[in-house]
Structure formats: structure tokens, C-alpha cells
Design a protein around this ligand. Structure first.
Ligand SMILES: [Zn+2]
Length: 587
């Protein structure tokens, strides 16, 4: 019989430690310390508390915990002296069926890793969905992490231990992340449709894109929704209230991807609400408002270099002139839409009326490392950062690298270097402020010539406009001062200016309450990345819930990952939020 949370909350401390003895390898001190923090309102609260003990432990204790773990497919596994938990997990990932080559490779990786970091490599081999990673995925991850930095690897090992503990606790409590599993399964299914064979690319109106849309609409219908694909390619599903005159609460995100992107960026925010509605529908539960899930057709700007096409259509701000834009193969957006069976003339009619809407709530993978670093599965977004982008062109004098004395140079690249360091320093001065020079070039540069020109990009973002504008002001002044001192000419062109979109406090409060009822702290963070919610904010109040992003927070990349348990957490928060939702005038 499975252990229950009630039992764990009510038993003697020694019985608690005994019941959890298998959750962390040979480390009873963890449940011992967590016992004092009872009672736990939910299994999630128990998991967080155990992991908190690990975070607060001394470095020696943390290293001891890591070293208490066996090597993957190591000598202990061969000798059959692993804990029952470890041997089951390694078998699930097929590590007991390694070919001699794989086995030799793993031994080498184990040895190299231990030699470099001084502790064994830890990986939750049951993987993000709990079904077991492939041996190849394990070997690839091992090889990638072997290149990491010691401090990062120490943290990553502790996080993997947290994930192992989470899976073991699920088994102990007989808990399975049912909605999270559906989200993982669906993400996997639509990730198979790509514009290129190597990775996942799903650009506007390609075959993969249209296939994905059709599938989303089908899942929506199976979940009890009315679904259609609109003239801009948005997949729209409505879970109707019994009250016909009710207003509509909207949720959703985008299903297009960047080139060689991740499986969850955007898509989680469509699939998760569909899975939540399926859950409601199966229980015969309706809501006192209409709930609309939108799969926005385009957010990333891959094919037509124009972003947020889907959400712009929904807010009635689709620029019809874009229809004449051509892709790399000379196919206009208009032709691409017609070919897909859409009538571009109907796009303006997609626009929603603000007075029909209650708000827009977007679920999205974080695409950054903040939740990961705080060991939290989900967080509430405070604001979507606005951004300013510039192109800066510096012009000095290209002269001979051997004959021009240092004090007589007008070196454009040296000026650029000074500007970059200033941007870095200035943008470290406010918590949500970030500044990046992502492009830097010395046109026609040569090894024996002082750089006569230099081009660089500038991207400045902050959760509020004032913080960003102040930083931009200072940076513009610094550029002028640096260039004047170095006798370098400059030209600064602004390419993007987007205001920040603050999330609505009344929606954030309701998300926070739902998170707390799920046993999580209501952790708030800004979004540095742009999202469809930014566009939706032009017609209705918005909020966002972030789900933790694994692998150091990497996104827009095949390595982007999240777990079924974290998806489940976000789903439970959304479900609870919907069941308790109060419109703005009542909230
Ligand atoms: Zn996205």
C-alpha cells in the first residue's frame, strides 16, 4: 500500500525518516531535518521542503550527498550492490543492457567526470517524463556536462538529485502527474512535424505548421471544445459556459517555433490548457465564463521576419501590408495563406472586442534559469520586459598596426570594447535590467590594420519603462563621451522600441492564491522575453505563469526541457485558478 501524506504528517519523526529513507541515497539527515518542518499541505510542499534542506546544507554535506550516489552503469551496478531504487532506475533507462562499446564509453565518462569535478556524475535517468532516457541521450548529456564549470555542475547534480527524489516520492505516494504526462506526450507528438529533418522548425504556414494546427484543433474538440482555425492560422478552441451571455477568459500561446527550437516554447501554453479543459470536461464541470484557448499561429518571425502575426490579428492590429512580404523563396505571405486554404481578406474580422473579454492568462516555459536556481516548479510573472534595440556604427581611422603609435590611434573596435563594458556595468545596476551586445563586427578587418570601423547591436530590456529609459539615456551619453575622447565618429539607429507590459495585479493575486493552495510559495519574476501576452495587453488585462525550464534554463534550442511534474504543477495552478476565478470587478 502506498504511504500517504497524512501518515507522513502525523507519524513520529523517526517513522517519517524511516518512510523516506529511500528518497535520497544513504542520506537520512535530509528527511530527519525536514521532519521538523511538518505538516506539509501537499506532496509538492513536501518535495520543496526536502530540497530546501539540501540547499541549506553545508558544502561538505552536499558533496557527501552527491558522492553517496553510484556511478551510472558503474562497478557497483555490475556487482549488484546498488540500492533497490538505483538499480530499478538504471534498468528503466536500459543501462543494464549496454553494448560493450557503450559500457566502455560510460566507464571512460565516469572516470573523466570524477577526475575533473571530484564527484560522480548525477543524472535522473528516468528523464523528464519518468519513462526513462535512451542510452544515447544519457551518453550525450554526460559528454555535454563533462565540459561544464565545477560550480554549475555541483548545482546541476543537486538539482538532478532533487528530480530523482521527486520521482521516488511519486512512487512512494502512488502519485502520478496525469495532466503533466498528457502535456509531455502531446508535445512529443507535434514535435515530430518539422520543416527540416534535423531539429524542430515550425514556421508560418508550412506543411508542418498546418499539420500541427489541425492536430491542435482535434485535441481541442476531443477535450469538449468548439474549435476552428481562423484566417491567420490561429487555432481557436472555446469551452463554452452554460451561461450563453457570459464573457470570455482567454489563454494560449504560439505553436510556431524558431529554427531548431524547443518542444515546449509556446506549445506548453496551448497544450496545458487543453489538457486542463479535458480534465474538467471528463468530470462534467463547466465554468461560469467561456474559456478560450488560442494556439497563436506565429510569434517568432522566422519565415516573414515579422513577429506576433497571430496575436496581432486577434487584437485587430494585423498589418495587411505584410501580406505582400516574401519569404526566402519569394513566396508572399498572401500566397502562403491562400495555399493553406485561408482567405487573407477575413483577417481583420478576427479582431476580438475588448468588452467581451475578462482577461488573458498565458502559461509559458520560463526560457531562463531563475526558477531552476530557486528550486521552484512555477512562478508568477510581474511584467513582460519592454525592449529597445539599436545598431551602432563606429568610424575611426584604419591605419597601419605597426607604424601608428598607441596615443595617435582612432581605433573603432577599442571604442566598441569600452562601450560593451559600460553596457555590462550599467545594466547590472537594477534587478530586472539587462543589456546585451549580441552582434559585433569589424567590417573588412585585417590582422595588421587598426579597426577603422566597427558595428555592434544593442539590446536593453527592463520590467518597467522608466528603468529601461534611464539606462538607455546613460548608455547614449556614455557612447558620446567614449567616442569623443577616442576621436571616433558614431551613428546610433534605433531599430526596436517596445514598452513593457505589466501584468494585472488582480490576475496575479488569483494566480498567487492558486499557487499557494498547491503548496508553493507565490514566487514572482519578470519576463525578459517577449510573449503573446504583450500583444494581448493592448486589449485586455494579462497575466502569465512560468513553468521551470531545465538544462540551465536553455531555450530556443533542442536542449530545452521541462518535466511532467512541473507541467502538472502549472496545470494544477491553472485548474484551481479557473475554478476560483473572479472577474475584475469582483476580485
Ligand atoms: Zn514563446
Amino acid at each position: 500500500m502506498a504511504t500517504t501524506l497524512d501518515f507522513l504528517n502525523g507519524c513520529e519523526a523517526a517513522a517519517f525518516t524511516q518512510a523516506l529513507h529511500g528518497i535520497y541515497e544513504h542520506s537520512p539527515w535530509i528527511p530527519e531535518r525536514a521532519a521538523a518542518r511538518r505538516p506539509f499541505a501537499t506532496p509538492a510542499a513536501l518535495k520543496l521542503s526536502l530540497q530546501q534542506v539540501v540547499r541549506e546544507a553545508t558544502r561538505e554535506e552536499q558533496l557527501g550527498l552527491i558522492r553517496a550516489h553510484p556511478e551510472l552503469a558503474g562497478k557497483a551496478a555490475i556487482a549488484g550492490v546498488l540500492t533497490a531504487e538505483s538499480s530499478g532506475e538504471q534498468a528503466k533507462a536500459g543501462l543494464n543492457r549496454c553494448s560493450p562499446e557503450e559500457f566502455a564509453l560510460l566507464q571512460q565518462l565516469n572516470a573523466d567526470y570524477n577526475a575533473k569535478f571530484g564527484f560522480p556524475f548525477i543524472l535522473a535517468v528516468k528523464g523528464p517524463d519518468g519513462n526513462g532516457l535512451t542510452r544515447q541521450a544519457i551518453i550525450d548529456t554526460f559528454a555535454r556536462r563533462l565540459k561544464g564549470q565545477p560550480e554549475d555542475e555541483l548545482s546541476e547534480c543537486l538539482r538532478q538529485i532533487g528530480r530523482i527524489a521527486e520521482l521516488r516520492l511519486n512512487d512512494l505516494l502512488g502519485h502520478s502527474p496525469k495532466i503533466g504526462n498528457i502535456v509531455m506526450e502531446w508535445s512529443e507528438a507535434i514535435a515530430a512535424w518539422s520543416d527540416d529533418e534535423a531539429g524542430l522548425t515550425c514556421a508560418y504556414m508550412t506543411e508542418a505548421h498546418r499539420k500541427t494546427a489541425t492536430q491542435l484543433a482535434q485535441w481541442m474538440r476531443e477535450a469538449g471544445m468548439r474549435a476552428h482555425i481562423d484566417a491567420a492560422g490561429n487555432v481557436v478552441g472555446r469551452y463554452l459556459s452554460e451561461r450563453a451571455d457570459a464573457k470570455t477568459l482567454m489563454t494560449g500561446s504560439h505553436y510556431d517555433t524558431v529554427c531548431n527550437g524547443g518542444k515546449y516554447d509556446g506549445r506548453e501554453g496551448i497544450l496545458l490548457p487543453i489538457a486542463v479543459i479535458k480534465h474538467l470536461h471528463e468530470r462534467g464541470e463547466t465554468l461560469p465564463f467561456h474559456l478560450e484557448v488560442i494556439g497563436f499561429s506565429e510569434e517568432e518571425g522566422v519565415r516573414y521576419k515579422s513577429t506576433f502575426l497571430g496575436s496581432n490579428a486577434v487584437v485587430g492590429q494585423f498589418d495587411m501590408a505584410l501580406l505582400d512580404k516574401q519569404d526566402a523563396n519569394g513566396i508572399s505571405m498572401r500566397d502562403a495563406l491562400v495555399l493553406a486554404g485561408h482567405d487573407p481578406a477575413e483577417i481583420p474580422a478576427i479582431a476580438r472586442k475588448a468588452e467581451d473579454l475578462l482577461g488573458f492568462v498565458e502559461i509559458h516555459i520560463e526560457q531562463g534559469p531563475v526558477l531552476l536556481e530557486h528550486d521552484l516548479p512555477a512562478g508568477i510573472v510581474t511584467s513582460i520586459a519592454g525592449s529597445c534595440r539599436y545598431l551602432l556604427e563606429l568610424t575611426g581611422v584604419a591605419s597601419h598596426a605597426g607604424t601608428t603609435p598607441m596615443h595617435m590611434r582612432k581605433d573603432a573596435a577599442a571604442a566598441a570594447a569600452e562601450i560593451i563594458l559600460y553596457v555590462e556595468r550599467r545594466c547590472a545596476q537594477a534587478p530586472t535590467l539587462v543589456g546585451t551586445v549580441g552582434q559585433l563586427s569589424v567590417p573588412h578587418g585585417s590582422v595588421n590594420v587598426i579597426p577603422g570601423s566597427c558595428r555592434l547591436s544593442l539590446d536593453i530590456r527592463a520590467a518597467d519603462d522608466q528603468t529601461r529609459n534611464e539606462a538607455v539615456n546613460d548608455i547614449v551619453h556614455a557612447i558620446a563621451a567614449i567616442c569623443s575622447r577616442r576621436h571616433v565618429e558614431y551613428r546610433l539607429d534605433q531599430t526596436v522600441s517596445a514598452p513593457a507590459a505589466p501584468c494585472a495585479p488582480w490576475l496575479m493575486r488569483q494566480l498567487a492564491a492558486a499557487a499557494e493552495r498547491a503548496g508553493l510559495p507565490a514566487f514572482e519574476l519578470p519576463s525578459g522575453a517577449g510573449h503573446d501576452a504583450m500583444t494581448m495587453a493592448r486589449i485586455t488585462d494579462v497575466a502569465m505563469l512560468f513553468t521551470r525550464c531545465g538544462n540551465g534554463g536553455i531555450s530556443h534550442n533542442p536542449l530545452e526541457t521541462m518535466t511532467a511534474d512541473d507541467a502538472e504543477m502549472s496545470a494544477q495552478i491553472l485548474l484551481d485558478f479557473l475554478r476560483n476565478f473572479q472577474a475584475k470587478h469582483l476580485a
